[in-house]
Design a protein. Structure first.
Length: 101
């Protein structure tokens, strides 16, 4: 199985953690940036960098709004992102099963 079968956008460890965490949310659900940052124990800058790459690929939706006067950023996996993650997981599982034979 060729290496390209694993989506390089998702394959980076930090981005895989982000996508896996967002995939655990219900379809259409979102999480606040600070909560995701705390869950993943990432710096704001590092998380932002990886989110930008995922957003550019169309995998993550970033919604910037205000709660009162305080800026708030919410994140969600897009349908395309959910499909990409499911394909990534299936391809990785297949690759690992093949490695064991």
């Amino acid at each position: 199985m060729p290496e390209e079968i694993l989506d390089p956008v998702i394959h980076a460890t930090a981005r895989l953690r982000v996508v896996a965490t967002l995939a655990a949310l219900g379809s259409g659900d979102e999480i606040a940036f600070p909560k995701l940052q705390k869950l993943l124990e990432m710096t704001a800058g590092n998380l932002s960098t990886h989110l930008r790459k995922l957003e550019d690929a169309g995998y993550v939706r970033v919604t910037k709004t205000h709660v009162g006067r305080t800026p708030a950023t919410y994140l969600a996996l897009t349908p395309r992102g959910r499909q990409a993650f499911e394909e990534y997981a299936a391809n990785l599982t297949s690759l690992l099963k093949g490695a064991g034979s």
